[in-house]
Design a protein around this ligand. Structure first.
Ligand code: NAD
Ligand code: UDP
Length: 346
């Protein structure tokens, strides 16, 4: 009889947030022991109870700030952490232009403090939440990882600076194994309907706005730009189901292990997208079908800073991580609607 090895322990910073909470479930399902850390700046403690309700398992949770190096080091050592997935950070583009210093402090300062704590605790497997925003204005599409980078707002610059820091760190000490995952547009929710994207106030992003219009909580969707040079004049993005994205993190962590594709490479950037672009109106129509509700919309001026169209070249993820996005736009809309309906029921 062979004895199974003990599960590996992974720390998720920002683990109660939208993508972190879905990734916690996927990693738990894949056999990892998952420890969560969050300062609750943009998350509710209630998410912890929901993760436990879904899995029937407890998740060790620390309310702490990633900039608190001593606190993070204590968690890493105390929990016997072997790898970190770093979601914690602020992500509102408009806010980052209004208050860039707080974005550099939280995002860049947070990453540096976390990496210092990791080095002190001798933990050197790191997966970072980067973003397709680092590509800037497309020189060609789809964006592959070799596309030049040029962030166009302070939020994007924080992601680019952190990627550069990670590259320098990996070059300085070949014990590090680092994957920077460039996400496209995550939407959708877990099948349970218990966790999902639930921003405070009026949503900035398309899917949460559409969900609230369909539920009658907001009157009408403003479609920002109907005269772009795209298939129907509206903006085109690569929407990726958050559960696919969560599984991409499992694949990345596994690929960082010795003997696996990223195990020999100290630093890699990898796109996590579907490779398919959908317009705003395609998403609205898919949502109407999935919810069986109307989504009234009106044409509105282009939103400052928006690009007309972009989508991923996803083949590097397929080759290195053995991962690809599987879930359809319909599934993204149906799960978003199930989450919205469940929230309304309280
Ligand atoms: P989110 O706001 O739901 O999650 C981030 C979590 O980090 C929150 O729970 C927040 O409370 C926590 N946090 C923030 N600052 C912290 C700090 N200093 N210390 C500890 N915890 C802190 O956002 P999300 O959509 O889940 O995004 C996760 C990551 O993915 C972010 O880094 C974001 O920039 C990146 N990303 C998101 C998207 C997207 O569209 N959602 C796209 C590309 C990249
Ligand atoms: N969008 C829109 N109305 C909204 C929110 C977004 O028309 O209320 C459009 C936006 O112009 C872009 C797409 O929807 O073309 C996705 O925007 P989102 O903010 O969700 O993500 P982004 O790609 O900007 O990160």
């Amino acid at each position: 009889m062979s004895i199974a090895p003990p599960p590996k322990t992974v720390l998720l910073t920002g683990g109660l947030g939208y993508i972190g909470s879905h990734t916690a479930l996927a990693l738990h399902e894949a056999g990892w022991r998952v420890v969560l850390l969050d300062n609750l700046a943009n998350a509710s403690r209630a998410v912890l109870g929901r993760l436990e309700a879904i899995t029937g398992a407890p998740f060790p949770f620390y309310e702490a700030d990633v900039r608190d190096r001593a606190a993070v080091e204590a968690v890493l050592k105390g929990e016997g952490v072997q790898a970190v997935v770093h979601f914690a950070g602020a992500k509102a583009v408009g806010e980052s232009s209004a208050d860039p210093l707080s974005y550099f402090d939280n995002n860049v300062g947070g990453a540096v403090a976390l990496l210092q704590a990791m080095a002190a605790a001798n933990v050197r497997q790191f997966v970072f939440s980067s973003s397709a925003t680092v590509y800037g204005t497309p020189k060609y599409l789809p964006y592959d990882e070799a596309h030049p980078t040029a962030a166009i707002n302070p939020y994007g610059r924080t992601k680019l600076h952190i990627e550069e820091i990670l590259q320098d760190l990996a070059a300085s000490d070949d014990r590090w194994r680092i994957a920077a995952l460039r996400y496209f547009n995550p939407v959708g929710a877990h099948d349970s309907g218990l966790i999902g994207d639930d921003p405070n106030g009026i949503p900035n992003n398309l899917m949460p706005y559409v969900m609230r219009v369909a539920a009658g909580q907001l009157e009408v969707l403003s479609v920002f730009g109907t005269d772009y040079d795209t298939k129907d004049g509206t903006g085109v993005r690569d929407y990726i189901h958050v559960v696919d994205l969560a599984e991409g993190h499992v694949a990345a962590l596994e690929a960082l292990q010795p003997g696996r594709a990223l195990g020999e490479s100290p630093f890699e950037v990898v796109n996590l997208g579907s490779g398919v672009g959908h317009s705003v109106l395609e998403l609205v129509k898919a949502f109407e079908r999935a919810s069986n509700r109307p989504v009234p919309w009106k044409a509105a001026p282009r939103r400052a800073g928006d690009l007309p169209e972009y989508f991923a070249e996803p083949s590097k993820a397929k080759a290195l991580l053995k991962w690809e996005a599987k879930r359809s736009l319909e599934a993204m809309c149906a799960s978003s609607w199930a989450f919205q309906s469940r929230q309304a029921e309280g």
